[in-house]
Structures are given as C-alpha cells and as structure tokens.
Design a binder for this molecule. Structure first.
Ligand code: HEM
Length: 258
C-alpha cells in the first residue's frame, strides 16, 4: 500500500483499489456489511435472506475490479452480465437503495478503509452511481444492456491523494529550507530557483506554466515575483523574505539557467 503522506513521490498514482487497502480491506468491509448490518436491518435484510454464502466475497471482487484492481469478478464470477442479472426483477425501492449505501459506508468506517476526503469522495460517488443503476435495473420492465464492460472508477475531478495541502500538514516553511548562495556566487535556476518550487506548487500552476522549466519561469518571472511579494503565491502561505529576495536576485542577475 502506498505511503499516504507522499503518494506522488514516485509519480505513481495509486488506484482506488490500492488506496483502499486491496482485496483484504474490501472483503473485511463486505463481510461486516452482510454479516452484521444487513441481517438486522428490516428494510434490506429480507432481500439478502437467501444470498449465496460467498456473496460478500463476490461483491468485494466486483468492487475491487471497479476500483482498478484485478479482474477477479469477471474471471471467477461471470462479470458484468452476472452482476446485472442479479438485480433484475427485484423491484428495489429508493429507501432500500439509500439504506444499502449508508450501511456500506458505515461498514467501510468499521473495516478501517481510508477516511481521507479524496478516497471517500470517489468511493461514495461510485456507490451512488452503481446503486442507482441497480435500482433502475431492478424495476419492472427494465431492459439494461447485458454485455457492457465492468466500469473502472477513478478519483473524482483530479482530487487525488496529495493533490491538495492538508490543513493539518506541517507549515510549508518548516518543511522546506532554502539554500541561499554566497554573496559572490551566481544564482542559477537549476541550483537555486527550481528547488524553491515544490511539486505541489508546480502542479497547481501547471495550467499556465511549468515552475520547473527555466524558460517558463524566465518568461513569467515579473508576474511570479509580484505574486511572491504580495504573498498571494503559494496559496498555502507566503514565502519568507529570504526566498523572495533570492528569486529577485536571480531576476536581477539575468535569469541564468545554470
Ligand atoms: C454500487 C452498488 C451495488 C453493487 C456494486 C452491487 C453488487 C452486487 C453484485 C456483484 C451482485 C452479484 C453477486 C453474485 O455474483 O452473485 C449483487 C447481487 C445482489 N444485489 Fe447488489 N449491488 C449494488 C447495489 C444493490 C442495492 C442498492 C441493492 C438493494 C438495496 C442490492 C441488492 C442485491 C441483491 C438482493 C442481490 C442478490 C443477492 C443474492 O440473493 O445472492 N444491490 N449485487
């Protein structure tokens, strides 16, 4: 499982399956759901009274596949067609659907699935989407397409682990010391300026320019300096004066690449 503090360190974007904790975590969740919450719930309990003994493992396998894990449900249990056929004719109600989702979310908490905002946004968005399809497919006369691929879910709107600064993260300054060059030393982009910009800074500005590119930073240097001086960049806190001075010194000495 990836390091939850710095998932982007090796540029690998974890799948939802990996972030959830893989099949063991999903199975822990579905077992809790079907053995503890479902049987004692008057609204949805009766729906599962005759479920197959391995139903929790089947649903975990489905979710694992949807969340980017191995295609176990397709290979072992019959894939999309089997899943859809299981909801046909059940005549589910909106109240049952909503209860199914809320109890599964409670099971996710109890099973210790990650509770970070990014994971839960993606997790719940799939449960909402999938459960509404199950509801629709279960209605009398419904004719769902029978041979579709298993959906593959992803993070929501680029809200991935590490894509934002946590309000509980250590202060930016403490995490990022500056190597100030000596008075007679040339200030260069490669050695002194580029390291001032964190990956986070680079990602958040990537829609306009690349903060790790010498030519981009040179081109936009006056605007960047202005934002650094008035403290509106980076968005999680103004740079200390020594960093802003260093950036200005680099501009004044000719924006050398180095
Ligand atoms: C994202 C939403 C959902 C997913 C991923 C899901 C997943 C599945 C899967 C994979 C199966 C087939 C398992 C097998 O291979 O036998 C299944 C069956 C079933 N599902 Fe769902 N389901 C969802 C929503 C719902 C909802 C909202 C309800 C009812 C409130 C529901 C009720 C059932 C029932 C009654 C069965 C048949 C159980 C049995 O008798 O074996 N499902 N579901």
């Amino acid at each position: 499982m990836p390091d939850k503090e710095s998932p982007t360190a090796d540029q690998h974007e974890p799948t939802l399956f990996e972030w959830a904790g893989g099949l063991p975590a999903l199975t822990r969740m579905t077992r809790l759901f079907y053995s503890k919450h479902v049987p004692e719930d008057p609204l949805i309990g009766p729906l599962f009274a005759n479920m197959s003994p391995d139903h929790p493992e089947r649903v975990a396998a489905w979710l694992g596949e949807v969340f980017g894990g191995p295609k176990n449900y397709t290979e072992q249990y019959g894939g999309y067609t089997r899943m859809v056929s299981q909801h046909l004719g059940k005549g589910l109600t909106e109240a049952q659907r909503a209860r199914w989702v809320s109890l599964l979310c409670r099971s996710a908490d109890e099973a210790g699935l990650p509770a970070d905002a990014e994971f839960r946004a993606a997790f719940v968005s799939y449960l909402e989407w999938g459960s509404r399809l199950a509801l629709e497919n279960s209605q009398p006369g419904a004719r769902p397409p029978m041979h579709m691929p298993v959906p593959r879910w992803w993070w929501v709107c680029d809200a991935k682990p590490g894509s934002r600064i946590s309000a509980l993260a250590p202060a930016a300054d403490a995490a990022h010391a500056v190597a100030v060059p000596g008075a007679n030393e040339a200030v260069t982009f490669t050695r002194h300026i580029k390291p001032l910009f964190r990956k986070m800074d680079r990602d958040s500005m990537s829609f306009v320019f690349d903060l790790w590119s010498h030519s981009d930073v040179r081109t936009h240097a006056p605007e960047i300096l202005k934002r650094l001086e008035n403290g509106t960049m980076p968005c999680d806190g103004a740079w200390p004066r020594e960093k802003v001075d260093l950036f200005r010194r680099w501009i004044d000495s000719g924006t050398v690449e180095g």
